[in-house]
Design a protein around this ligand. Structure first.
Ligand code: SF4
Ligand code: SF4
Length: 111
């Protein structure tokens, strides 16, 4: 193939009929503040685990809402459940409980 000096990014369109919404649906019911996240990233900026790892709560929430749940378990294992993100969130999302509920959903659906 000819090298044009750039490559095309992978298609990021979401087919909501095919995406796995089980974690999102579970957490939405169990911790309703999950619904009011505006993806501002404050939780990620203040994350204790983020100082030492690639832990990124905003990204994880966004991917779960997109139904892209591959790697969520590995990502969550980096969280120390310190709760700092809950204190920092400008929307009042109970992020610590969101993380608990994501864990529960992973167990419930054996993901
Ligand atoms: S700080 Fe709150 S509103 Fe902002 S991305 Fe995190 S959970 Fe969402
Ligand atoms: S509870 Fe987890 S995600 Fe939140 S600040 Fe602490 S380590 Fe980061």
């Amino acid at each position: 193939m000819k090298n044009f000096g750039f490559s095309l990014s992978k298609d990021r369109q979401i087919d909501f009929d095919k995406s796995d919404k089980r974690i999102m649906d579970f957490v939405k019911i169990e911790e309703p503040t999950f619904n009011i996240c505006i993806a501002c990233g404050t939780c990620t900026a203040t994350c204790s685990a983020g100082n030492f790892t690639e832990m990124n709560l905003r990204k994880m929430i966004t991917l779960i809402k997109r139904g892209e749940i591959t790697g969520v378990r590995a990502e969550l294992s980096k969280c120390m459940l310190c709760g700092k993100c809950s204190l920092a969130c400008p929307r009042g999302v109970n992020t610590r409980n969101v993380i608990f509920k994501i864990n529960q959903a992973l167990e419930k659906y054996s993901l």
